[in-house]
Write a protein that binds this ligand. Sequence first.
Ligand SMILES: [Zn+2]
Length: 407
Amino acid sequence: MKVNRIIGQYKGQNEGPMLVFTAGIHGNETAGIKALQETFKQLEVHKPTINGSIVGVAGNLPALKEGVRYLDKDLNRLWLTEDSNSEITECSERDEMAKTLDEVLSSQKKDVYVFDLHSTSSESTPYIMLSDTLRNRELGKMVGVPIMLGLLEHLKGMLVEATSRSGFPTILFQGGRNVDDSTVSNHLGLIWKSLKFKCQLDTSVVPGAETAIENLNQFAAVDQDHEFFEIAYSYKIKKGSKFVMNPGFKNFQAIGKNEHLATLDGENVKAPFDGNIFMPLYQAQGSEGFYIVKPIASIWIRLSRRFRLFRCHNMLHWLVGVRKINTNPLTFKVDQHVTFLWAVEVFHLLGYIKLKEDGPILYMSRRENEITPPSGEEAIEQFSDKSYLRSELEQIETEWKTPFSEV
Ligand SMILES: [Zn+2]
């Protein structure tokens, strides 16, 4: 597929937020691009009134042209790193994509929301992945489909983590299987729904918009206790080994302990416990074979919101085996030999992510000050300051001027 970096742009008549949609970060995932092309076509024809603006930005252009996930390296693992090898196609793609985003954002003074569009190799219903901040959760809940927490701790260097760290409310939307027509429709549902709720679009003005939203709404979480899921297990494929997933697994399908899921170099790979299988790998490229996920009870979601707003992180250093680094409550050092069993879960509950593991020592960092999160303008400034190129560790080190080796 041949596509321009800017898929389309539409500016409303009134002031309002900017919705940034990125698609095709993986070159074999074209459904998001098709949905954006269709969106801009409709907007041009019908010229509906909206408050704010929308822009579509394409990701890995050379990989899109070839119809492959990536050429040299996965473009969605190259953010929050300085990796700038000019021989790697995706490093220059990242820099060009960031430059375009920077140009697009420079005209904006108000809130910006980022939506990164993807699709999967296996059969799947739509779901959302996000960096666990209260603002991102709120944006995810607007869409209504199940939300996956915790995955970004396993998959480092994703665009959504970089834009979220810069201060833009961000979600990653998986619209369904790459090859299914319904996946384009699901992406359209997301786009029209976002324009409706964030930019006050009257969806009855655009033919097909309401149907796309209704179609997407079919995949709403069954109840409050199935709105959020978390990763309970991830299966990493060792480099150079041959991994073959057993055929027929669908995303979120229930699996039992010891169920035969795949083979690795001819040996059986079995489920370590009960749960729901997630992102089974049905393509040649990729280093994560599958995940096992579990729903999170809604009481925990509500509690964690309260805890964060009541600044409970200020008490974390009272826990045994937990030390504040410097006086900044953004990062803690946790000694797993000394601390209690559920320490990491407590940190997750309060919006912290594991940044680094050094033997038994964990470095847990909070993604955002959730009481006074950055404004749209501050986020734009941070992004144009190339915050997306600094590793999460380095961002903290720069903030504190204290390297980790000295603490
Ligand atoms: Zn993808």
